[in-house]
Design a protein around this ligand. Sequence first.
Ligand code: HEM
Length: 319
Amino acid sequence: MTIGKGGILGAVLLTLVLLFAPFASGLAQQAPPANDAALIEQLKGPLAGRVSIPDAKSGLLIQPQGRDWRQTLEGPVKAGGGWLLILSVVAIALFMAIRGRIKVDSGLSGRTIERFNGIERFAHWLTAVCFIVLGLSGLNLSFGKSLILPLIGPEAFTGLSTFGKLAHNYLSFPFVFGVLLMAVLWIRHNIFTGVDMQWFRQGGGLFSRGVHPPAGKFNGGQKVIFWLVVLGAIVLAVSGYILMFPFYFTDMAGMQLSLIVHAIAGMVMVAVILGHIYIGSIGMEGAFDAMGTGQVDVNWAREHHSLWVKEQSRAGGED
Ligand code: HEM
């Protein structure tokens, strides 16, 4: 038996009618839109059909909120984050130019005191190394296409971004572990007290030479950094794991919100940590040793953490 041309055409037409019937019936109930604007207005709500597979969300054909979400992400979130990072770098550069390197006013004594033991330094550097890779690969996800792609071309950018995305996913685990370890080790030293208020009133002595407000193991500014790191890491981890396991914990709207929260928290943390890295390295004489060898000069410790030195001397920790 042979099927004629008419038979084939008929079968194709029937298939097309069956495929588009649900959409046609949906739209047929309303008057056809007069122009594009009217069509968009008509499609304000989601355009969804029905599917017989378990993944019910794949029946969602158009989700207009997605358009608003992309505009928010590409507009205010990226622009705000970009300006925040530029502001942070400019503020550090200005501080560096005006204040210069913060010196040990009484000079180095040559005697040292243990500031951080091996576990504390391990927790810090694990967190720091992971954060730097997470921060750079995250910024590449947000800004790489417009800033790095034109510089290195599509092939290198594809390699870089593929590697960056893998690193971003896997390093999140040791990062969270590092922050938890730091939180356990240091939480008791980071409760705010009246001493910190005095530290804040005197600007931490950061803006005037020879001023050294008293401080315990951590001063008021460091406590702020500590809490921003701990709370920021919680926000990043929760929103990040929601994104890493799509639709496992939440629906489409939850995924969209998580990405915006993750992007904002990441950029705020990078902006804050830039200042921390400056003060902990070139910005303050003698500070890096605390996380390098773990030993700091006694005069540095007396100027920046006088109450802690007194405690340590009572406990016999000074060399
Ligand atoms: C190259 C990068 C970094 C350098 C050079 C650095 C340096 C330092 C130094 C020297 C200290 C001890 C300060 C003191 O003795 O009082 C410190 C403490 C600390 N660091 Fe870092 N750090 C870096 C990156 C990071 C990152 C990426 C994080 C977290 C995301 C972080 C979180 C902390 C915290 C919470 C403390 C204790 C509180 C404080 O001193 O502010 N650090 N860091």
